[in-house]
Write a protein that binds this ligand. Structure first.
Ligand code: 48H
Length: 342
């Protein structure tokens, strides 16, 4: 009997559990036949209990799901509110994201597509090269993007490396890039009038034309980096007429003028809302420039500098206002007004 039980015994504790579960007590039968019966009976019991244990313990499938949801939710909770929401992960949006994030500000970039890079991936009429002017060479170096010398002051980059390294640079600086998310509206406040965040929706929901309410992300600054359509500016122009924002559209190609003017006009459009990249052409009726991307990089860096300065100023003003706490002082009142308008 003892020998028989030992031979079947895969795990003493499992066996005990099997027996106790079914409330079975071993009869004191010394016969070999009885041992054989016990043998098969206990084997079945063990396999039942093992199965039960397996089902009760956490499966790999459920662990995977738990990990994904838990960590995604942690990210989502931490990015609301954000310091800066950038709409569009094209060259201008990614450049802005890196320079803002490396100052320690919380930056999230939303792109409606499942990839970053915007118009870069298509290269120049699908040829995988893009041209960058000398003025933007230091930005290429900041992102560790390799380039080859072209003619005069023009350099050439490889499209795939360009988009991958812009995104890697932004991510390494601390920006969060979330793909497959469309910004389909803004949040605003009155008195003073300003943009205070965005409404977001899964692109898949929008594509399926289901009626699903969006979620809302608050931020100190929103950047329209949506390219040719300047989607966020168009929404604001259409839905909040109090801003008097006119989006007149871009003009036909004029490379030199466009590259210069896009950078010059980059910056704050209305309180809380900034524009960078190709979207700059829309409100200022500027020409487009074809496959030359230096202006996009310079514009991204410029909008970053403007936002960093504005946020630093408003934080400083808030500290001063708090420290003094004296609203009757006209100088401090001015400071408060400036703070609210930024
Ligand atoms: C979420 C959105 C939404 C939205 C759009 O077009 P992009 O590459 O933008 P830029 O300005 O950084 O670069 C422009 C450049 O690529 C270009 O087109 C040039 C230089 N053209 C010259 C010419 O003459 O043609 O990227 C914009 C990104 C895209 O990835 C969109 O998917 C995304 O924004 N996007 N994401 N919510 N509402 N709208």
């Amino acid at each position: 009997m003892v020998v028989g039980l030992n031979r079947l015994s895969r795990s003493a504790s499992l066996k005990r559990l099997s027996l106790s579960l079914l409330n079975i007590s071993l009869p004191c039968n010394q016969s070999y036949i009885c041992v054989l019966h016990y043998n098969s009976f206990i084997k079945i019991l063990i396999s039942v209990v093992e199965r039960l244990c397996l089902e009760l313990s956490e499966s790999l499938e459920s662990k995977i799901t738990k990990l994904v949801i838990k960590q995604a939710l942690e990210d989502w909770l931490s990015l609301n509110p954000s310091d800066v929401v950038i709409v569009g992960a094209g060259p201008s949006g990614l450049t802005a994201a890196k320079y803002i994030a490396e100052k320690g500000l919380k930056v999230v970039v939303f792109d409606r597509r499942l990839s970053f890079g915007g118009g870069i991936g298509g290269g120049s009429m699908l040829f995988h090269k893009l041209v960058i002017e000398e003025e933007a060479q230091d930005i290429l170096r900041d992102f560790d993007i390799r380039y080859s010398k072209g003619e005069d002051t023009l350099y050439v980059v490889d499209a795939a490396e360009f988009m991958a390294k812009l995104a890697a640079g932004a991510i390494e600086a601390g920006a969060k890039i979330l793909l497959g998310i469309t910004v389909d509206d803004v949040i605003y406040r009155e008195n003073p009038l300003r943009i205070t965040g965005v409404a977001i929706q899964w692109s898949a929901v929008i594509m399926s034309q289901l009626h699903v309410d969006p979620l809302l992300i608050s931020s100190k600054a929103v950047v329209d980096a949506t390219g040719h359509d300047a989607e966020i500016l168009s929404i604001v122009s259409r839905k909040i007429p109090e801003f008097n924002l006119i989006v007149s559209g871009e003009k036909s190609v004029f490379v030199e003028l466009s590259e210069k003017e896009v950078v010059q006009r980059t910056g704050r459009v209305v309180p809380g809302l900034y524009v960078t990249g190709m979207a700059v052409a829309q409100p200022y009726n500027l020409p487009r420039m074809g496959p030359i991307f230096g202006g996009m990089l310079l514009s991204g860096r410029k909008v970053a500098e403007a936002i960093i300065e504005d946020i630093a100023f408003s934080e400083k003003a808030a500290t001063v206002a708090k420290e003094n706490g004296n609203k009757s002082d006209p100088a401090k009142q001015n400071l408060n007004i400036t703070l609210e308008v930024l």
